[in-house]
Design a protein around this ligand. Structure first.
Ligand code: SAH
Length: 359
């Protein structure tokens, strides 16, 4: 390799006060850090040369020692309807992750990764099948959001922010990398910078109970989604192996605590797999499980992945499942299967890029 990108400081690792400290070590007054912060998070600058209110010398110093684009795009896939854009991004050490921009009528959502690969290995998930490599740093998480925000800019009305929502639903398990995730949240919600409202951020977990409880104690009240996928331990043990460690009753209890601390309705993710978890009786069990806790169930016909026997539930079975949930007064919606043609199912694009020799 001709260049070593790992030696450059990733500026997105720093909170505003840490950046102030860094610049003060470089002999710069605090207001320079504020200016740099604005370039990073208000203007989404992609080049130090844009930062015309910084002295030339400081810009040169930054260009030599710091990265403003720590992620390098290897591939961009645009869905046929143009509404889903998926990016394969290379980290400074050569590992790869996926980030997605999803355009809706009024929302522009970034779906970002928190780990390279994933240790949880859900039976239907392409990311899990590729194994676990490492945690992302806070700066690598933030850099994805900024990358996707830049990509979203052409689709945002002139007076609107480029991104309206951020979901931690890409590759990896956010609650197994909680320190970095929390730091990234502090950076992204900074009112003087990117200023993303915590209500517009969702963290999705496979059910890491200690992480849910820790998140419940945080002053930042992000939305929580739980990838349930099965109403009984017997089935969930198979689909989401983490269930053997934190069975459904414990997860249910942690969600209750989360609700008591935050007052926020919880999202239940449920991938409908034909004749595995889509029976009417299972919908009734799911409803019973969450009686008394404000939840919204997101149903999504499973995305078929390679080497997996699981097939998506056909519309007729989805309909029955929805009817049964509604009969029990459980609010639910069927998510559109978007971006299938860009392999927007978690981990699928990266898997295709991994060479057979990669471990
Ligand atoms: N580890 C976290 C976040 C990443 S996965 C979690 O488990 O929630 C994001 C969502 O995509 C999860 O709900 C996951 O269960 C779901 N998912 C993964 N593979 C899928 C597939 N093939 N079809 C449908 N949903 C899938």
């Amino acid at each position: 390799m001709s260049e070593d990108r790992t030696r450059l400081l990733n500026l997105y690792e720093y909170t505003r006060s840490e950046l102030t400290e860094l610049l003060s070590e470089w002999g710069q007054p605090a207001y320079r850090a504020e200016q740099l912060w604005q370039w990073l998070y208000e203007h989404l600058a992609a080049d130090f040369a844009e930062m015309t209110n910084l002295p030339r010398q400081l810009r040169d110093h930054l260009a030599r020692h710091a990265a403003i684009q720590p992620l390098r795009v290897l591939e961009e896939l645009v869905s046929r309807d143009q509404l889903t854009r998926k990016y394969l991004l290379e980290l400074p050490d050569g590992e790869t992750i996926e980030s997605v921009l999803m355009l809706y009528e009024r929302r522009r959502t970034a779906c970002i990764s928190t780990q390279v690969g994933c240790p949880i290995r859900c039976d239907f998930c392409a990311t899990g099948k590729s194994g676990f490599r490492r945690n992302l740093t806070a700066g690598e998480i933030v850099a994805q959001v900024i990358y996707i925000a830049r990509a979203a800019r052409p689709f945002a009305p002139a007076d609107a922010r480029p991104l309206t929502n951020v979901v931690y639903m890409g590759m990896g398990e956010p609650l197994l990398n909680l320190d970095a995730v929390l730091k990234s949240l502090r950076i992204l919600t900074d009112p003087k910078g990117f200023n993303m409202g915590d209500r517009h951020i969702t963290i999705s977990t496979a059910g890491v109970v200690p992480g849910i409880l820790r998140l419940a104690e945080e002053p930042m009240q992000v939305r929580l989604a739980i990838s349930l996928h099965a109403p009984t331990d017997e089935l969930r043990d198979k689909l989401v192996p983490l269930n053997r460690r934190y069975p459904i009753a414990q997860v249910r209890q942690a969600l209750q605590t989360y609700f008591e601390h935050t007052g926020r309705r919880i999202t239940i993710e449920y991938a409908l797999i034909k004749e595995v978890n889509d029976h009417r009786a299972q919908a009734a069990e799911l409803a019973q499980l969450f009686a008394g806790l404000p939840v919204h169930v997101n149903l999504i016909p499973v995305n078929p992945v390679e080497d997996s026997p699981y097939r998506p539930s056909p519309p007729s079975r989805v309909k029955v499942f929805v009817e049964e949930l509604e009969r029990h007064h459980i609010p639910c919606s069927v998510r559109l299967r978007r971006g299938l043609d860009v392999q927007a199912g978690c981990g699928q694009l990266r898997s295709r890029h991994l060479t057979p020799t990669a471990s």
